[in-house]
Design a protein around this ligand. Structure first.
Ligand code: 2AM
Ligand code: CA
Ligand code: CA
Ligand code: CA
Length: 245
């Protein structure tokens, strides 16, 4: 981070990639394949040349989640790594290098922050909830009515945050720093590890219409404390149905 690095536009001025994104992905993949040459990789920067669909065990990697924050702030970004076997999430890791915070979860063995067990045991109502979302305030979002749903939801809950790293936001839900995270569209590498963290901490994670999350493609995401999951889902559905677009 202290060395200069190149920043490129992927599709626009709001969609960046740095040389560090690619180097981190390559570094992580090289380490995995040295140990597990028979495993496959699904990574955002596509430095793995194989077809991710052909492997039983798949590592789902976002080398830097929150690249814009990495470039502007050098905080609020994370490395996200998950292991899936035949579609089942086994391990999720989200690491925040700027704060040296390691969130990890193993299926059936709990979620941890720097080795300390995370448990969502508090009863929270929707009104008292601090939520978080990733939303792109662009024309497409406006056309889909996403901005309105988020605005209405923001008026219903205690507060709505937008940190700019979906993986970190989901890790914060697992840690109880946020009560819930919602997004209408995320890539598999954004939620691959965060989903396992939230589930193992005792929260609930589904698509926005209550279906199981996929592990290898885009999806909407709802991750929250179980105590207001139903209430949040009903609220989102009713707002979506009420919106003519
Ligand atoms: P990234 O930094 O790895 O690209 C807020 O910007 C969150 O949304 C981040 O997790 C970011 O991941 C992700 N993101 C960035 N551009 C996106 C896009 N066009 N569609 C969906 N998610 C995106
Ligand atoms: Ca990106
Ligand atoms: Ca991402
Ligand atoms: Ca990324």
């Amino acid at each position: 981070m202290k060395q200069p690095f190149t920043v490129e536009y992927k599709t626009s001025a709001s969609d960046l990639v740095t040389a560090v994104d690619k180097e981190v992905e390559k570094h992580v993949i090289d380490a995995i394949l040295r140990q597990y040459p028979e495993h496959g990789i699904l990574g955002e920067e596509r430095t793995f040349t194989g077809d991710p669909g052909e492997y039983d065990t798949l590592w789902v990697i976002d080398p830097i989640d929150g690249t814009t924050n990495f470039v502007h702030q050098q905080i609020n970004f994370a490395v996200s790594i998950a292991v899936y076997h035949k579609g089942e999430g086994l391990i999720g890791v989200v690491y925040d290098p700027s704060r040296d915070e390691m969130f990890h979860a193993v299926k059936g063995q709990g979620a941890y922050l720097n080795g300390q067990r995370l448990r969502l045991e508090k009863t929270v109502s929707l009104e008292e909830a601090l939520l978080c979302t990733s939303v792109f305030w662009n024309k497409q979002a406006e056309q889909m009515g996403i901005d309105l749903i988020v605005k209405k939801l923001a008026g219903k809950v205690r507060g709505m945050r937008l940190l700019g790293s979906a993986a970190l936001e989901m890790a914060y839900v697992a840690a109880g720093r946020l009560d819930g995270y919602v997004s209408l569209s995320l890539n598999a590498w954004d939620f691959g590890a965060g989903r396992i963290l939230v589930e193992e901490a005792g929260g609930k994670v589904t698509t926005m219409d209550g279906k199981p999350l996929p592990f290898d493609r885009k999806s909407s995401v709802m991750a929250c404390n179980t105590t207001f999951y139903e209430e949040l889902q009903h609220y989102i559905q009713s707002e979506q149905d009420a919106d003519p677009s």
